[in-house]
Design a protein around this ligand. Structure first.
Ligand code: CA
Length: 643
């Protein structure tokens, strides 16, 4: 369909999802502002919210006039490894709105609306009669106006060039949970994506972005203005030690990344969405497919002192005993083990059916990191030499840490590392980094990102174990881990988080909680925080579970929960379901789960807390009514149901 008739000034242009439930209404007012609003089943999800771009080829946010609207449909089915579902169908209605500014130049805004997801991006043509082929985007007017009385589940953007060796920002801040919309951010820099909102009407709205590559910046949300509108904000000037532009540069014609808005009257669409991957395509073919993997890493419990050949061989033996795929050798291996030592380790591991992954710093001139190797991943010349060496000796993957922020030149570094690593058949994990934005699909050798206050913080401070771990675990399935793989490095079975299991931070969550996170936290390459002593000092049922838990999933379903309190998610691998629950509530709660994957008469295998002290117990759950399966969640406890 093409509607090219001249538009009346105040016309409303509406596009609805194929099922008719989700609707976007685009409107321009007499003052020249163009807005979009989102409803789902008649419930207001976003009130009229601003659109537009500020660029060096013109202002496309003020004095705008809609000149044409056309609509079309898309339906595609795809398979995808390394995310929450192994296949997905994306069926959407598309509306392209052409807008003209006061100078007579046009841009387009393209909406793609599926059952529970709204996405939009801007299209910029060549201008000046086709003469102008480059644009700098200074910023976006793009906003998100939550209904008055809504609440936010958001994580603040940190100051730049602060924290460990001046490596922030790295998406490792503590969430503000269920706070009124408009609550100022902790550091005054707004919030990192994704951001979850509960509307005053009881709806859920998850705001994210996807399709960000070397041709744009990574965005965040501003603090809300006095009208409660959050805006897309570009990187801070101080990131990358103050070096590099905060604007985005593209060649024309161009499209921006997609802004995504997932909506629902329950949390199911939030947990189950594939919008981050529905709208992007692979940017290159994989030289070698990234295999799902279960790894162990000595650094998490044994720390820097374990980066020596003897300790790494002990972890190889441990990985072999678990039937795991790799050991990850963390920082300082270049000086403390050396390349010849790594080659010996790879041979030792290969004889035991275990692979080796290696840590690198991303830096570079953007922080003060001394942990080696440094100055390798930051430059193509050194990077390719290292990757050739790794390829020749059979290294499976790399973990690249401590990136400089979200400026376009850092997005280019992420892409360059991924693309170079692909040439050598190497999988890539990012740490100290930005959140992924469709990268599992765009970069076939991408294997996950940290971008979360991860397991290491439980080692660093009792505060996180006491106050943060359980609450955050109930947030991730609805926020950070909904829109991208999350390399958390968790599942501790040590009660004390040190090498001897006899000192350091005391774990406050139960064994069942820890096991549940192996399912709840999705990343196709998992670096579990298990230690060799767990073979003898952890409950046998826990070790047996960690030997059988998969890391690649065919399907993911929301079961129950409320972000910040508790979360229950079901994931399927082949024909087997794993239903994982965790709680941050300070008293036992009895849940009544609706488990459509179960049937009357089923006897489900359960790992749970026998008591509030967290004694791990294996039990059988006889299903009388699959729509009402009772299970008790203990404080900072959890469970796994298997079918
Ligand atoms: Ca980190």
């Amino acid at each position: 369909m093409l509607i090219a008739a001249p538009m009346a000034a105040a016309a409303v242009h509406t596009v609805k999802s194929p099922d008719g439930l989700t609707a976007v209404a685009v409107e321009s007012d007499a003052a020249g502002k163009v807005t979009y609003a989102v409803t789902h089943g008649g419930n207001v999800m976003l009130q009229p919210s601003p659109l537009g771009l500020y660029t060096n080829i013109g202002d496309f946010a003020d004095s705008m006039r809609i000149v044409s609207v056309d609509t079309s449909s898309v339906c595609r089915h795809y398979t995808q490894s390394r995310i929450k579902h192994s296949e997905a169908t994306y069926e959407a209605r598309i509306m392209r709105v052409a807008m003209e500014n006061a100078a007579g130049d046009t841009i387009g805004v393209e909406f793609s609306v599926s059952a529970h997801d709204v996405a939009y991006r801007y299209r910029l043509p060549r201008v000046n009669g086709g003469e102008t082929g480059a644009v700098t985007v200074y910023g976006e007017a793009s906003g998100f106006a939550l209904p008055a009385g809504s609440t936010a589940f958001v994580t603040p953007q940190s100051d730049a060039m602060t924290g460990w060796k001046r490596t922030k920002p790295s998406y490792e801040e503590v969430y503000a949970v269920d706070v009124p919309v408009g609550t100022p951010s902790q550091y005054g820099h707004g919030f990192t994506l994704p951001a979850l909102f509960r509307t005053s009407g009881g709806g859920w709205v998850l705001v994210g972005e996807t399709g960000v590559d070397s041709r744009y910046v990574g965005s965040r949300l501003s603090d809300a203005d006095s009208a409660g509108v959050y805006r897309i904000a570009f990187p801070m000037a101080e990131e990358n030690n103050g070096h590099g532009s905060v604007s985005a540069a593209m060649s024309l014609p161009a499209v921006t990344p997609w802004r995504t808005i997932t909506v629902g009257t329950t949390l199911a669409p939030i947990v189950e969405t594939t919008v981050a991957w529905d709208l992007v395509e692979p940017l290159y073919a994989p030289v070698a497919e990234v295999e799902p993997a279960r790894n162990v890493w000595s650094w998490i419990l044994w720390q820097d002192g374990s980066i020596n050949l003897a300790d790494q061989k002990a972890y190889v033996d441990f990985a072999a005993a678990m039937g795991y795929d790799n050991v990850l050798v963390d920082n300082w291996w270049d000086t403390n083990i050396g390349r010849e030592g790594i080659e010996e380790l790879v041979r030792y591991a290969a004889r035991r059916g275990v692979g080796v992954m290696l840590w690198y710093s991303s830096s570079g001139w953007w922080n003060d990191i001394v942990q080696g190797p440094v100055n390798v991943m930051s430059r193509s010349i050194e990077r390719k030499k290292a990757m050739k060496w790794m390829h020749d000796i059979g290294i499976k993957g790399i973990k690249v840490d401590f990136f400089g922020g979200d400026k376009q030149e850092t997005m280019r570094l992420y892409e360059d590392i991924l693309c170079d690593a692909n040439e050598y058949g190497i999988a890539v994990i990012f740490h100290g980094c930005t959140m992924p934005r469709g990268w599992e699909r765009m970069y076939p050798n991408y294997a996950g990102s940290e971008a979360v206050l991860a397991s290491e913080n439980m080692i660093f401070s009792q505060y996180f174990a006491d106050n943060v771990e359980a609450v955050h675990a109930t947030l991730h399935p609805f926020i950070r881990n909904s829109l991208g793989s999350m390399e958390y490095g968790g599942t501790f079975l040590n009660r004390r988080l040190n090498r001897g299991n006899d000192g350091g931070v005391q774990r406050r969550t139960t064994d069942a909680f820890q096991l549940a996170t192996a399912v709840l936290f999705q990343n196709s390459v998992q670096n579990f925080a298990l230690a060799p002593n767990n073979l003898t000092d952890a409950p046998q049922e826990a070790i047996d579970f960690m030997k059988r838990v998969p890391t690649e999933w065919d399907e993911t379903r929301f079961v129950d929960g409320y972000p910040g309190r508790y979360a229950v998610v079901a994931r399927r691998s082949g024909s087997r379901w794993y239903i994982a629950g965790v709680s941050a509530i300070d008293h036992p709660v009895t849940l009544h789960l609706d488990l459509p994957m179960a049937a009357k008469g089923d006897r489900l295998q359960v790992l749970r807390d026998a008591d509030a002290a967290g004694t791990l117990e294996r039990a059988e759950l006889a299903v009388r009514n699959p729509a009402d399966v009772k299970i008790v969640l203990q404080p900072k406890g959890g469970f796994i149901i298997e079918k």
